[in-house]
Design a protein around this ligand. Structure first.
Ligand code: UDP
Length: 538
């Protein structure tokens, strides 16, 4: 590996002098350790101590300068999983003068992105926690381009999906163990530490039962930009005018099996009059799976990490997720959340085996494959009798593992019935043109005119102009929402209107001040911002 680093020429003497004189320079984004990414010049790493080192000099910079709050609990999360206490990043500090007594630094010339992979053996984790966050962290900082180098510090070996990580940059990613072969003290000329969490949509249940993240910030558009990049790197071209429509059954071959898979494939083919093919991670190359999924009309699979591949489905396609007995689909929704992200344009269907006759459990397997023989008899019996796994925290709940690793004989009529409730005719994909939803701007030039009739009646004539961006858009339906609020009251009267003016007379009192709030609505649910409030005195 060491010849790799020396490929890019670096003036060793100048680099060393810069380190000694300038020390380490750090400037970070983010206010909390959970949303922080730091950019460093001359961040070093001792492969013996397995610690990052910050060198102080007269020119060093440390922003934020947190003092000992840097340890409460850490400077930042090194993986994209929020606030996980095995994934924290920090450094130890030394004066630059200490370099005189230390091993000769080896400089890393490439711009580095330093991060932890969370669980590189599980495909869901690979995409959700690592690949998407790395890709969009690289988009955030322009010098993290294809010539940047990834450094994975979590300590795992390459793992089965390492080829996917290699697609993100032209340089071979380096693992923590490999750093030892490069030298005793590594100094990164320029580096970024930490990963953006902006694309993640799921929390795995470390502090509360698993579920969608509270504030999802990613849409199907960004997901597809990423998959387009991955497909280019994999040399897979999107066949725009695909000839034949087909269904993909993504099967598992080791555990959580579909026991009547042949029967299932036949039934799907017959019901939807489509070719139906089966793929698995064991029997197909990753590229082949992506190629097949990216043109499929429907993806059918047992709940499990392989379903993250619905990332690659074309818009309009349908995801059918099968759940084993006693597993409530509503409680395990990483793939449902993905499929239903705004703009993902996938149809999502969950089916659960509700028939005990159709499940095959493995109580005698090791605990991590769902065995329960190690539990006391009463607990084993309770689990076996239970009809639903209660909500639980990650990651070793034996009842969950027991149910999750059951095999299932899929009740075909029940499954077809469930799919048919959503897919009425033929399943997608309908390659729609871009249907990104655009929001209206503020309405403009809002005015009101009050008139009083006698002592008890009054009218408010309110008018406004269309939002500025509407002139340039084709919008199916434009409506306006107007709230009339009497000053000092905390309730208001809401109206939905089609025109740009309206005279309100209902419940309008003379000699009263009204606040009038107006916003535009496109296509029923795209709510624009309120214009500045209008003050109207009758
Ligand atoms: N896996 C697989 N075939 C199998 C069982 C598992 O390809 O028969 C893969 C699975 O897709 C995931 C990894 O092995 O990437 C770990 O699977 P596990 O059952 O632990 O996780 P889950 O799928 O429940 O997230």
């Amino acid at each position: 590996q060491s010849q790799e680093l020396s490929e890019a020429q670096i003036d060793y003497h100048a680099a060393l002098q810069a380190l000694v004189e300038n020390g380490t320079r750090m400037v970070c984004t983010g206010r909390m350790h959970t949303d922080r990414i730091c950019r460093f010049e001359s961040l070093c790493y001792s492969t013996e101590a397995e610690e990052f080192v910050y060198f102080h000099s007269n020119s060093s910079v440390m922003l934020p300068n947190l003092g000992s709050r840097r340890f409460q609990p850490a400077l930042l999360d090194l993986s994209s999983v929020e606030d996980h206490n095995t994934q924290y990043f920090n450094f130890v500090e030394l004066p630059a003068a200490a370099l005189k007594f230390m091993p000769k630094p080896v400089f890393v010339p490439d711009v580095a992105l330093i991060a932890n992979r969370f669980n590189p053996d599980n495909l869901m984790h690979v995409f959700h926690d690592d690949l998407l966050p790395i890709y969009y962290t690289m988009q955030q900082f322009s010098d993290l381009d294809l010539e940047a180098r990834l450094f994975f510090m979590e300590g795992w070996s390459e793992g089965v999906h390492f080829d996917l990580y290699k697609l993100l940059s032209n340089k071979q990613p380096l693992l923590r163990e490999e750093l030892k072969t490069l030298g005793r003290l590594l100094c990164f000329t320029k580096s970024y530490v930490g990963l953006s969490k902006i694309t993640t949509w799921y929390q795995y249940g470390f502090v509360q039962p698993q579920g969608p993240k509270a504030n999802i910030l990613v849409s199907g558009n960004e997901i597809r930009q990423f998959t387009k990049f991955m497909m280019q790197k994999l040399n897979i071209s999107l066949e725009e005018s695909s000839s034949e429509e087909y269904i993909v059954v993504f099967s598992r071959t080791i555990n959580r099996l579909i026991l009547n898979e042949a029967e299932l494939i036949l039934a799907l083919a017959q019901e939807f009059q489509m070719k139906t093919i089966s793929v698995s991670l064991e029997e197909h190359s990753f590229s082949d799976i992506v190629r097949l999924i990216s043109n499929a009309s429907m993806l059918v699979s047992m709940h499990g990490a392989q379903l993250v591949m619905s990332l690659f489905l074309p818009r309009g396609a349908t995801v059918v997720e099968l759940f084993p007995y006693a597993i409530n689909p509503e409680h395990y929704t990483p793939y449902k959340t993905l499929a239903t992200l705004p703009g993902m344009d996938l149809h999502y269907i969950a089916w659960q085996n509700t028939d005990r006759e159709d499940t095959v459990a493995y109580p005698d397997r090791p605990w991590d494959q769902g065995g329960i023989a190690h539990l006391d008899k009463a607990e084993q019996e309770r689990i076996i009798k239970s009809t639903e796994v209660p909500r639980h925290l990650c990651c070793r709940n034996p009842e969950w593992l027991f149910r999750a690793y059951q095999d299932t004989k899929v009740n075909i009529p029940s499954l077809i019935h469930t799919i048919r409730q959503t897919v009425k005719s033929k399943p997608g994909p309908k390659r729609q043109k871009w249907s990104g939803s655009l929001y209206p701007g503020k309405v403009r030039d809002a005015k009101c005119q009050a008139s009083v009739q006698g002592t008890s009646e009054a009218k408010l004539a309110v008018s406004w102009q269309i939002p500025w961006n509407l002139r340039y858009l084709k919008v199916r339906e434009v409506k306006y929402e107007v709230w009339i609020q009497e000053q000092g009251e905390n309730t208001y009267m809401p109206y939905i209107l089609s025109h740009q003016n309206h005279t309100f007379s209902e419940n309008i009192k003379p000699f009263t001040i009204y606040l009038v709030w107006i916003r535009c609505i496109f296509n029923k649910n795209l709510l624009g911002p309120f214009a500045d409030v209008l003050l109207c005195s009758t």
